[in-house]
Each structure stands twice: as C-alpha cells, then as structure tokens.
Write a protein that binds this ligand. Structure first.
Ligand code: ZN
Length: 149
C-alpha cells in the first residue's frame, strides 16, 4: 500500500501543509467518497465504522478546519443542519434541487442560468462575485404537488 493514491481532499490538505494524522486521513477519505452531502454526524458515523477511536469532537474540528481552508464547503438546505461537500471553484460549480418529499438532493449545472445571473448583476451595476441558489420542489407526480389533480 505504499503507492496509495491520495484523495482530492488529502491532496488539498497536503498542498496547504495541514498535518495529516491517521484520523484526519480517515475523515478526508470518508468525505471524498461521499456522493451525498453528509452532516457532521453522518461523517462521524461513516468515519467511526472505519476507525472506532474517532470521536464526534474530532470530526467537528476537522470539518471546521477543512471548511476554513476552503477544502470543504457547507450548505444549509432549509433544515438548519450544515451539510458538507468538496469545495468547487466558481468556474466549475453546481447548484442543488432539494426534493422536499424524499429529502434527496439533486445537483445540476445550467449555463443559461449563469449567464443570466451575470446579466442581472451587470444591469444593477455590479460585478458578480458569488451567489447561492437552491431550488426546493416535490416530484411532479407527487400527492404533495399542489397542481396535481
Ligand atoms: Zn453539491
């Protein structure tokens, strides 16, 4: 295992000269492998199934550090809980649609939308620096769809 490939998060930690303890490595690995947007508690559950000595406090500290270093970004999808995923550059970012029925989070990109946002800022006399966008919906065929007969 001497030639182990570093995950993207581990690589970023190394680039930023963060000390990588065994536990931090496990947490970085869990975060890299997560396809969803886990909360700290979910990261803790996954990490502690790999290393039973990892504490929730360690996961909190590590996640906070990675967020401060712009290795992770946090989202609040309306339930007041912070969820984490790998940092993405502005040029390469995605947005989220939150399915209010299942809680599923769907990622999307849309070039027209990006152009429109720049245009809106420009028309208001601003250079766009950052933005946040979350869509909330229910499936069209859901009973919770107010438009469904
Ligand atoms: Zn995402």
């Amino acid at each position: 295992m001497s030639n182990e490939k570093l995950t993207k998060i581990e690589q970023l930690c190394r680039d930023k000269n963060l000390k990588m303890t065994g536990q931090r490595k496990v947490i970085a690995q869990v975060l890299s492998e997560s396809e969803d947007h886990p909360t700290v508690e979910e990261v803790y559950e996954r990490a502690s199934s790999i290393d039973g000595n990892i504490s929730l406090a360690t996961v909190y500290r590590t996640v906070r550090l990675l967020e401060e270093e712009n290795i992770l970004q946090s989202h609040d999808f309306g339930d007041g809980r912070s969820r984490y995923e790998e940092w993405e550059d502005f040029d390469n970012h995605h947005h989220h649609l939150i399915d209010l029925e299942s809680g599923k989070i769907i990622e999307f990109r849309n070039d027209e939308l990006e152009i429109l946002k720049e245009k809106i800022a420009d028309e208001l006399g601003y250079k766009l620096i950052d933005h946040k966008l979350e869509l909330y919906g229910v499936p069209v065929d859901s009973k919770r769809n107010p438009g469904k007969k």
